[in-house]
Design a protein around this ligand. Sequence first.
Ligand code: XUL
Ligand code: CO
Length: 460
Amino acid sequence: MQRKNRTLSSIIFFIKEANVSEYFKNVPKVKYEGPKSKNPFAFKFYDPDRKVAGKTMREQLKFGMAWWHTLCANGQDMFGSPTMDKSFGNKEAMDLAKAKVDAGFEFMDKLGIDYYCFHDRDIAPEGRNIDESTENLNTIVDILKEKQKESGKKLLWGTANLFNNPRYMHGAGTAPNADAFAYAAAQLKAALEATKKLDGAGYTCWGGREGYETLLNTDMGLELDNMARLFKMLIAHADKIGFTGPFYIEPKPKEPTKHQYDFDAATCVNFLRAYGLMDRFRLNIETNHATLAGHTMQHELRVARVNGVFGSVDANQGDMLLGWDTDQFPTDVYGAGLAMYEILKAGGFTTGGLNFDAKQRRGSFTLDDVAIAHIAGMDGFALGLLLADRMIEDGRIDKFVEERYASWKSGIGKSIIDGKESLESLYAYVQKMGEVTTNTSGRQEELESVMNQCLMSIDF
Ligand code: XUL
Ligand code: CO
């Protein structure tokens, strides 16, 4: 009888296991069906094997799933409780963390997403002390390692959440309290080692609360020096454990603090140059952060490109009418097109990729919506890639820019570039020249129309 019971309970256990092993039950393996498809679970524009600009779409776009949004965000906002169930059938924190690994890999498999990104605290719960937290992290890292081996999925980058716990209320690397800085360093050590164990291609530093609320209580000079001290410790530890991937700073101007030190791409480049960090750091540019800074995504990517620090992208979009980081899925084809234009011009992704740092709206609360939102974003960026490729192939924009700067190829322009001129020699040049009569039209409207024409002439 006892034996029978045991057999019965193991069968029930097996059935339970089999039942919970599929989390996104309504989501099939998502395939390309083309622009005419009305199937919400099909790609209309993202055709992974289609070659664009010399590589497949899959290789060009290198989509990544953000663990925190896809598997953790539950729709909670400042005004209301969660609307989404991301418990994946579990209550206990470590069981939930393990279930999320299965859910995450199932999701990536169904959508054909090859990469993922995480914060340490997204994948494993914080323990009662640093050792317990590191142990939780390592337990999940071992499971992720196995999953990566089975599935071929890769870690695009890892990061540490140095902003959620109350100990970081005044910042982490820029905390006025040295103990908080020390805790951040300890957490960073474990997060970097986790990223290394999982062969992460990069490691991201987003300055969660690295900034200030008021300058009345802030020693800005010391805080910035300390931030650089922490980055130098990070590099030293990377060298020690053999982590060779780049570090990314992710610019953001505000939120949660009034002023974040990594305000925008130009501010970050200045910081990296000032502290001699340019060779190990690149930038991870996020669309909604760019718009919060009052820039376009194209501007931020251009700044990164011309300074040689283009690295990776957090793909999302904001709402024109809201002044905060709404992290919406990127469906704006113009925005994606101009972003992909810069990315192709930068030579495409190497270590980086397009991480969907995006969440569905609070009202789109089902697990089906999670998949549909990713499909929308993937299709948005596929269109962006096709548009950017058309713009480059068309050649009119490049040709126009080339001609606009032609005066630097010969004559006085070339002489200035060659370092042969001075204020005095140019004074003499202007005396001979008289007035400037060589200005030509900037043709902005024509170029915008060329872009429209490229968009409308994509072939499918
Ligand atoms: C916050 C944000 C972060 C970083 C990683 O605005 O973008 O999720 O991408 O810490
Ligand atoms: Co981000």
